[in-house]
Design a protein around this ligand. Structure first.
Ligand code: VGL
Ligand code: ZN
Length: 195
């Protein structure tokens, strides 16, 4: 399991209970926590020291207030995940697992939509890809919101760059239930595993 990581996509308040509240979002958070629990080894000595057996990386939509994907700019979405707001924050239950080096921001430029977390960038300027590559990760589990957009695009980019990708189907939230099912079928046909 040394070469395995978890990528948590956009488990942010605006997609959970905010301006873009998605289907199955709360359940997806709970299921992600169950998976993390299962995968984290020896909770070393101190009770508050969480020692994951595998890295947990977070992809975060991180828009400026005038982002091109917002309706006011002619985009398809209501304002969401605006930098500095609660809506852009990772769900509290997952926060103990968040670290700066493993937090990758996307969609931070006004003029650029970015569904995939693959080229998301951390504070140090490293991309998700850089960091997975550096850690010699081969297999990536993916959970998050929304199946049809950021989860799918991130998973497809990982797959096309040679990673073994396993999408945790019970740990997903969606914009549209039918779109979610279609996205799952499409990913499976592309060789992405569902678990
Ligand atoms: C997403 C729509 C707009 C997502 C992000 O995380 O799937 N969807 N921005
Ligand atoms: Zn967005």
């Amino acid at each position: 399991m040394k070469d395995t990581a978890l990528v948590v996509v956009d488990m942010l308040y605006d997609f959970i209970d905010g301006t873009m509240a998605c289907g199955h979002a709360e359940e997806a958070v709970a299921e992600s926590l169950r998976f993390i629990d299962k995968m984290t080894s020896e909770k070393l000595q101190g009770p508050e020291v969480i020692q994951p057996r595998f890295p947990i990386l977070f992809v975060c939509d991180h828009h400026p207030a005038d982002h091109c994907s917002f309706a006011a700019q002619g985009g398809p979405w209501p304002p969401h995940c605006v930098q500095g707001t609660r809506g852009a924050e990772v769900h509290d239950a997952l926060k103990p697992y968040v670290s700066e080096e493993f937090t990758f921001y996307k969609g931070y430029r006004s003029d650029k939509e970015q569904y995939s977390g693959f080229e998301g960038i951390n504070e140090a300027g490293q991309s998700l890809w850089d960091v997975l590559d550096m850690m010699e990760i081969r297999r990536v589990y993916v959970c998050g919101i929304a199946t049809e957009y950021c989860v799918r695009q991130t998973s497809e980019d990982l797959k096309s760059h040679g990673f073994e990708v396993v999408v945790l189907r019970d740990a997903l939230g969606w914009v549209d239930g039918k779109g979610h099912e279609e996205a799952l079928a499409a990913m499976e046909a592309e060789g992405i595993r569902l678990a």
